[in-house]
Design a protein around this ligand. Structure first.
Ligand code: 5GP
Ligand code: MG
Length: 179
């Protein structure tokens, strides 16, 4: 695996290996299997960034479950704009179903808060949150995160679904922008 990568003229350094990522995904899958047995939860993965996490997680989940997708956007370049746009909303009947949000990364929490309030309008039987990465230093909300894969420093990351202006999503490992 490479120690650094250059994307659109910015240099990123290796932060998390694909082995550690897969270990974190496996841990989340085991916990969800244990917590949601016989409940047929609906996973709602937040596009675009979470597509690889969702695919890998669902392959490790053994209980009965369903998956769908919502799409929001808040990032422009390497920073959050603070304004969350819903591009694809909830299309399923969530009434009385347990919902598990799948996020690639929780940063300020703005996106999560917007996604939560959108989902709650549909009266689900509880909403849980599973995020692969979490930046505790950047988090500004009080919403508790039920399943966290790995805590990461407050740096801009690329790889494993996360992009910098469209590129970098296919990297197997996670790289961090040097500040
Ligand atoms: P928040 O709203 O919590 O500030 O940011 C959440 C969303 O912004 C994430 O779902 C992700 O799509 C994007 N994001 C946050 N941090 C990063 C990062 O370090 N790298 C990339 N590529 N996207 C990020
Ligand atoms: Mg996201």
């Amino acid at each position: 695996m490479r120690k650094s990568v250059t994307i659109h003229n910015l240099k990123f350094m290796l932060l998390v290996s694909s082995r550690r990522i897969q270990g974190a995904v496996t841990n989340i899958a085991k916990k969800i299997d244990r917590d949601f047995k016989n409940q047929n939860p609906l996973f709602l993965a937040v596009l675009n960034g979470s597509f690889l996490f969702a695919a890998d997680l669902l392959r490790k989940i053994k209980i009965e479950c369903e998956i769908s997708f919502i799409k929001v956007s808040s990032y422009s370049g390497t920073g959050s704009t603070g304004k969350v746009n819903t591009l694809i909303g909830v299309n399923e009947n969530l009434k009385k179903r347990p919902v598990i949000i799948l996020e690639d990364i929780v940063d300020t929490g703005n996106t999560l808060e917007a996604v939560m309030s959108e989902i709650k309008k549909h009266n689900p039987d509880g909403v849980s949150i599973a995020t692969l990465f979490f930046k505790p230093e950047a988090y500004r909300k009080k919403i508790a995160l039920d399943y966290v894969g790995l805590e990461v420093p407050d740096k801009f990351l690329v790889g494993y679904g996360l992009d910098y202006n469209g590129l970098g999503r296919t990297l197997e490992d996670i790289y961090a922008l040097e500040s």
